[in-house]
Design a protein around this ligand. Structure first.
Ligand code: LLP
Length: 431
């Protein structure tokens, strides 16, 4: 994160807190969240996209404190499950500032969402439009709606996190005509109010050409709605997906540049189509949370393994693994790491940081050069774990999910405590 640095003794200091001190107090593994950095990233989006609504995608990482920070920084909050909505409401976030996503929302779920006064629901199927209309009618409310469309874009990212090509579960296809039909049905529903169209092309994207194609196709549908149905849709959401640097090879755009590029694209298209520019919104998750967190582990074993050809790879086992960071195993993600608790002049060795789970794919950092004297008891920090690590953490092997510790101005405080075996046993009702 922006406030991380190494002090003279080699201790990694984040938010004014030395990680060895943090590890001594809270134990490892632990997620360390740099509050000032998180807030600065949220604010940077808010300011760069000043004419837009910026929804922080809570799926990246959410807890009560973070939902509160998002509200304080003036962002909206995107949720996609009853649990995320509960956290938002518990944090006191204004429901009007909350959006609700999902491809399979049940009737009771939608009733709760409407009842809570959620600002907008992004609908994803015809049956959902019926359910939502029924829930709103039942509660005597009018619900604002966005229609999620599939823009038919091949985003250049991992297959599992690309969402705008036709052959996947999200959205109404524009090409098949379903998207237009969805627009018609929402407009026809007495208790639904259509705000506009929504497109999310995928995640960890570096190139704005995908957004450009998506904006062009979505706005073409806005134009068709104007021409054939006589409605000017007031809003368009281009989703999230802004990439971050996991290693030094990635080169993410600053929010200000993204904002300028996206605005230019939309203005250009609107001029070409003779449309008034709709109000825009975006949903960044990773770009706000990702760089603001690191994970601190303690090394337990060090095992050099001779590879074919004679090279050596040093397997460094830490006290966590795929249960606190599934991204390496699931998406072949690249992370880096560093010794966090001492200085070393030892020549570097090619290392692989692995966890303690019973499977060979339990890799946290595939390749990194660590000092050759790395040894049990050393602290290792993996930066950039703020997005989709704690939020996708599991209890595999009955692991206890690590705490989230916020650091700020030299003070550390627990936002999410470490799980205990009692937490695990609480759901196991016994024989
Ligand atoms: N909006 C919608 C509708 C989404 O589905 C997502 C992410 C976002 C916004 C936020 O995307 P972001 O700005 O964070 O890239 N678990 C995967 C990422 C899955 C993303 C799912 N949807 C990973 O760890 O890479």
């Amino acid at each position: 994160s922006a406030t991380a640095h190494k002090d003279a003794s080699g201790d990694l200091v984040v938010g004014g807190v030395a990680l060895p001190d943090l590890a001594a107090e809270f134990n490892t593994p632990a997620y360390v969240l740099d509050e000032a950095d998180f807030r600065a990233r949220a604010r940077a989006f808010r300011e760069a996209f000043a004419e837009y609504d910026v929804y922080y995608a809570g799926k990246a990482f959410l807890c009560t404190a973070v939902a509160g920070w998002i509200a304080e920084e003036g962002l909206h909050l995107d949720t996609c499950s009853p649990g995320e909505l509960t956290v938002a409401l518990r944090a006191g976030v204004d429901p009007a500032m909350v959006g609700y996503h999902g491809n399979n929302k049940s009737l009771p779920e939608l009733r709760r969402v409407v009842d809570a006064g959620v600002g907008r629901v992004v609908v994803d199927s015809f049956v959902e439009i019926e359910r939502l209309a029924a829930a709103a009618a039942d509660l005597g409310r009018t619900q604002t709606v966005m229609v999620r469309v599939t823009a038919g874009v091949e985003a250049h990212t991992h297959e599992y996190i690309a969402t705008a090509h036709e052959d996947q579960k999200f959205g109404f296809s524009i090409t098949s005509g379903d998207a237009f039909e969805a627009v018609r049905r929402v407009l026809d529903a007495e208790h639904l109010e259509l705000a506009g169209l929504h497109s999310h092309i995928g995640s960890q994207i570096f190139d704005s050409s995908g957004f450009e194609v998506a904006a062009r196709r979505v706005l073409a549908l806005h134009a068709r709605a104007a021409a054939e149905l006589g409605v000017e849709l007031p809003e368009m959401d281009l989703g999230g997906g802004f990439g971050i640097a996991y290693t030094t090879q990635d080169d993410p755009a600053e929010p200000a540049r993204l904002a300028a590029e996206m605005t230019a694209i939309v203005e250009h298209e609107c001029r070409a189509l003779g449309l008034a520019r709709p109000r825009l919104s975006i949903e960044p998750g990773r770009a706000i949370a990702g760089p603001a967190m690191c994970t601190v582990y303690t090394v337990g074993t060090v095992k050099p393994v001779r590879l074919d050809g004679g090279a050596v790879r040093t397997y460094v086992s830490v006290d966590g693994g795929m249960s606190d960071n599934i991204r390496t195993a699931l998406y072949d993600a690249d992370y880096s790491c560093t010794l966090a608790g001492r200085r070393s002049e030892a020549p570097p060795v090619l290392a692989r940081v692995v966890g303690k789970h019973c499977e060979a794919g339990d890799i946290v950092v595939k390749d990194e050069f660590l000092p050759g004297d790395v040894t049990p008891g050393d602290l290792v920090a993996v930066p950039g774990t703020g997005a989709y690590c704690r939020s996708m953490a599991s209890n595999y092997n009955h692991a206890l999910r690590p705490p989230v510790i916020a650091v700020r101005d030299g003070v550390a405080r627990v936002l999410v405590r470490r799980e205990t075996e009692d937490d695990l046993l609480a759901t196991d009702v016994g024989a």
